[in-house]
Write a protein that binds this ligand. Structure first.
Ligand SMILES: *Cc1c(COP(=O)(O)O)cnc(C)c1O
Length: 362
């Protein structure tokens, strides 16, 4: 492979080229230390600069204040599925989960192992082709928190307005759309996101936690699972994933330099519109999985007339430099993941390929 492809993988996913180039340029000798960033101490001045700058950039880009703490943890979003209930679902309480997809289900199942978990709403009956509407949601009596998944990576749906449950803490898994649009963080008690979709390489998880939540952590919880301890140590309780945090910091700088979240949102909507248009104008050759009003700007899911054509589509797309388009096994078909770092050109190239393919096989 002589040149880079358009990478539609769902995660790990494409990263901004200028970030990769900077990583390459600094790899052997980071800021005249004579060492790679992988080789310097996590207690060094150089690394503290990196992690605290990343923390500040998260706050700046999302417009969040001093009442929140930004953490960089390990274990992926999947460990957060367990950490959230371990920290906040105490004996005798119930945690409410709104099921809108594959990862929402996984989060619910983890919570149910730890305490009492209640399904407050679900769109499983229509194979998660939509977001649950407000009047379908039935909360339990004073839940410990309500958990939602802002973007459903596998099914390609996205919350367009976040629910408001008053004083009940709202927790969101934003793994696949964090930093892709501006939103009001103050509605949330806790937000988490595995990095490998919109933030950087796999191996680090962003957590944004409202500080009052830190007081709820039970005494007997082991150290590595405690939000309060990670907060007290500013993510430096143990050796953090230094290299990953360094790349996340560069990605955050790239977002800022490219106009911040408002610009990301505009660009992402434009990018998604190219592909959705190819679906809608195909005369039924392509069938989108998500209901139109809940279509994700990050993961576009669709089917072709039959599975054999889907295989041909994935193969021919790859031959044209469009890779990673095979859908998740629970939806089948095609999934184009078009996170922040995917270019407009990539989305246009895919739309063009789709139009040609439909003409040839329709
Ligand atoms: C990818 C993804 C996960 C799983 O993340 P890991 O870091 O692999 O644990 C969880 N939730 C959502 C919404 C995702 O897209």
């Amino acid at each position: 492979m002589l040149q880079r492809v358009y990478n539609f993988n769902p995660g790990p996913a494409t990263l901004p080229l200028p970030v990769l180039e900077q990583v390459q340029g600094e790899l052997l000798n980071y800021k005249s230390t004579g060492m790679s960033v992988m080789e310097i101490s996590h207690r060094s001045k150089e690394f503290e600069e990196i992690i605290f700058e990343a923390e500040d950039l998260v706050k700046e880009l999302l417009g969040i204040g001093e009442d929140y703490q930004v953490l960089f943890l390990q274990g992926g979003a999947s460990l957060q599925f367990a950490m959230v209930p371990l920290n906040f679902l105490s004996e005798g309480m119930t945690a409410d989960y709104i099921l809108t997809g594959y990862f929402a289900e996984k989060a619910y199942k983890e919570a149910a192992k730890i305490g009492k978990a209640h399904i407050a709403g679900s769109s499983k009956d229509t194979n998660y082709d939509r977001i649950v509407s407000m009047d379908e949601i039935q909360l339990s009596d004073s839940p410990a928190y309500v958990h939602i998944t802002s973007n459903n990576t596998v099914y390609g749906t996205q919350w367009k307005t976040f629910p408001d449950f008053g004083n009940i803490p709202l927790v969101a898994d934003m793994s696949s759309d964090i930093m892709s649009y501006p939103f009001d963080v103050s509605k949330f008690a806790l937000i988490y996101a595995g990095a490998q979709k919109n933030l950087g390489p796999a191996g680090v998880t962003l957590v944004i936690i409202r500080k009052d939540m830190l007081e709820k952590v039970p005494e007997n919880l082991p150290s590595m699972l405690r939000y309060d301890l990670h907060a007290e140590k500013r993510s430096l309780y143990n050796t953090p994933p230094c290299f990953n945090i360094y790349v996340v910091n560069l990605v955050l700088k790239w977002i800022k330099e490219n106009g911040g979240l408002k610009a990301m949102k505009e660009r992402n909507e434009e990018k998604a519109s190219y592909i959705y248009e190819a679906i809608d104008k195909s005369g039924g050759f392509y069938r989108g999985h998500a209901k139109k009003e809940y279509r994700s700007t990050m993961n576009v899911t669709f089917r072709l007339p039959n599975e054999n054509l889907e295989k041909v589509f994935v193969k021919e797309a790859a031959e044209n430099g469009l890779v990673g388009l095979k859908g998740h096994r629970s939806v089948g078909g095609i999934r184009a993941s078009i996170y922040n770092a995917m270019s407009k050109e990539g989305c246009l190239a895919l739309a063009e390929f789709m139009n040609d393919f439909a003409k040839k096989h329709g």
